[in-house]
Design a protein around this ligand. Sequence first.
Ligand SMILES: [Zn+2]
Length: 401
Amino acid sequence: MAISTTVQSSGKVVIRGIGLLLSGDIDRPILDADTIVVQDGLITAVGRQKDCDTAAAAQVIDCRGTAVAPGLIDSHVHPVFGDWTPRQNQLGWIESCMHGGVTTMVSAGEVHLPGRPRDIVGVKALAITAQRAFEGMRAAGIGGGVKVHAGAPVIEQGMTEEDFAELAAGGVKLLGEIGLGSVKAGAEAGRMVKWARKHGMRSTIHTGGPSIPGSGLIDEDVVLEADADVIGHVNGGHTSLSYRAVCKLCEQSSRALEIVHNGNERIAILTARHAIELKCPHRIILGTDSPAGSGVQPLGILRLIALISSLADVPAEMAFAFATGNTARLRDLPQGLVETGRPADFVFMDKAQHSSGADLLDSVRLGDIPGIGMVMIDGIVRCARSRNTPPATEVPIVVAA
Ligand SMILES: [Zn+2]
């Protein structure tokens, strides 16, 4: 059976009655606005309702005073094909994460594919196929319509600059986690990272001890020498480098510091604190590093936001920016900000019922995860009240369609 790849268009959508609008921008995390106007999947206006052209909308959503944020971005996932993971043999994990507010995922390598090729031709073929397949899957709305940026080859010894040029020409924009293949030395990895960068591809390196039997240790000296764009799971995945080593990475590199759910939680908190002390919160991005031995975490990004906000004393609106605008900027994605011209990917939230927090941000600061009332991708409502979060106190309603 052929799957349609027609991309549905949202037409004009008006989102009004917003009680709190989080921008995703760490420098200005809260916007003074109660209305967003969307046209064909892109934001065309953000402001006060009286100042926005809200006429002739195909759909009107009344937020009833709830909060809106950019859709969450999971900076570190390991997809394989379709909405299936062989790691824990689960179906529907991507769509489940959409119910946790995730609207974009970035692959750190399709490493769980049974029989994954290790020869260079096979590595390139898999990357190009994965990129195409996930792009087509998203267009068809499979996996809840989540934007899965996949096709992230794990570099192997013997690759040349021509291989990177060929991958880039084939539509590949990412490298999978460096260190999961045969390239484990800093100098060799650094040479390939430069080739990747030259051809417009962003790179991530595995940091810390081996994740599963068969993978290896990547220490702070290798990470610094490789100089990948993203210091992947700086808090380990799961086994972390020492806090002293992580401080060295914070201080001697200017690259993105990726904190993951499936890592060492103590180091996650200490890294966030240290980055803020060093006045570089712009470098913190969040991922789950799932599916993994720890399973799939549909609420992983929300849980990480609540963990960091409550235990590292980070304002909740800033923690949301880690998972949205920061990741988008450091991974060169157009989404992640509530701003004119950006994709209309939103998560609608309120404090969970019976949270002791006074409002959404207070509840997160106290360590509770929010309730999600709706998720929108490219201006299209993908779910109403989440089936996975605790129930939101108030939820948005579609008042005209
Ligand atoms: Zn890893």
